[in-house]
Design a protein. Structure first.
Length: 257
């Protein structure tokens, strides 16, 4: 009898492990699909994500190979590239109306700030997210089912959002896609959506992009001012037009900051 009970118990444990692995695999795929489906609706750019690994038990996970494309009209390859990012969430909140994310950490991302007299790529991404609003974040319909229409997605709470070790590439429209590398200081946001109603994916995207744009603009101002004064062979190759753009944009960012 004991041997039978032991076998039954062992079988239950094996089935439980398989169930957890299956749910985790489904959750990983769901997160990846959400990023690649909802993300482009918000930013109006291509977004690619290589992989998501999320533990349902601990709530910890990693995101690998995230690339956010540039808005139409900009020449640099992409707006942001993240090799690895870590996140921690409250597992029980996945079943509630508001998902609680304890932390998101972007480690060593490569961010491009491409500026011109008509604005910059990060500002355009932010504006796209503002225009999209909550409608772009509607829940995508499950495979094989009818569209979900305007059904709102889950609300979010992000207790801490940190970008560290970022490399900023500063470019001016007309530089033929070339960029000047600049070190970007850490960006730290906290208490996003901590109220009872939380925030939407669009609101979270807008706030994060606004913080990145502000920090990037501050560092880009000095780089563009230096370009305006003459950046060696690059400035000579671009001619006096780029020098004037660099100086005027440098002055503009100085006034903003």
């Amino acid at each position: 009898m004991k041997r039978i009970l032991w076998k039954i118990g062992a079988g239950v444990i094996v089935l439980l492990i398989i169930a957890i692995l299956a749910v985790s695999f489904f959750l990983d795929g769901a997160v990846k699909r959400a990023v690649e489906t909802i993300g482009p609706r918000l930013t109006k750019t291509d977004i690619k994500l290589d992989a998501v690994n999320l533990s349902l038990l601990s709530g910890s996970g990693r995101i690998k190979g995230l690339i956010v494309g540039n808005p139409e009209g900009f020449k640099t390859p992409h707006a942001m590239s993240v090799q690895t990012a870590s996140l921690s969430l409250k597992p029980g909140s996945l079943l509630s109306d508001k998902i609680v994310v304890r932390s998101i950490v972007l480690e060593g991302p490569e961010i491009t700030f491409e500026a011109g007299l008509g604005g910059n790529n990060l500002g355009k991404l932010r504006a796209n997210a503002e225009e999209s609003g909550g409608s772009a974040a509607a829940q995508p319909a499950p495979s094989g089912n009818k569209p979900a229409g305007n059904k709102p997605g889950k609300k979010l709470e992000v207790d801490e959002f940190l970008i560290t070790g970022a490399k900023l590439n500063v470019s001016v429209t007309g530089m033929r896609g070339q960029a000047v590398p600049v070190v970007l200081p850490p960006i730290h946001l906290s208490g996003l959506g901590t109220g009872p109603d939380g925030i939407t994916a669009a609101e979270l995207t807008r706030q994060v992009l606004a913080a990145i744009e502000q920090a990037a603009a501050k560092e880009a101002g000095s780089a563009l001012e230096g370009l305006g004064k003459g950046a060696g062979g690059l400035t000579k190759d671009l001619g006096n037009g780029a020098q004037g753009i660099g100086k005027s944009l440098g002055d503009l960012f100085k006034k903003k900051n």
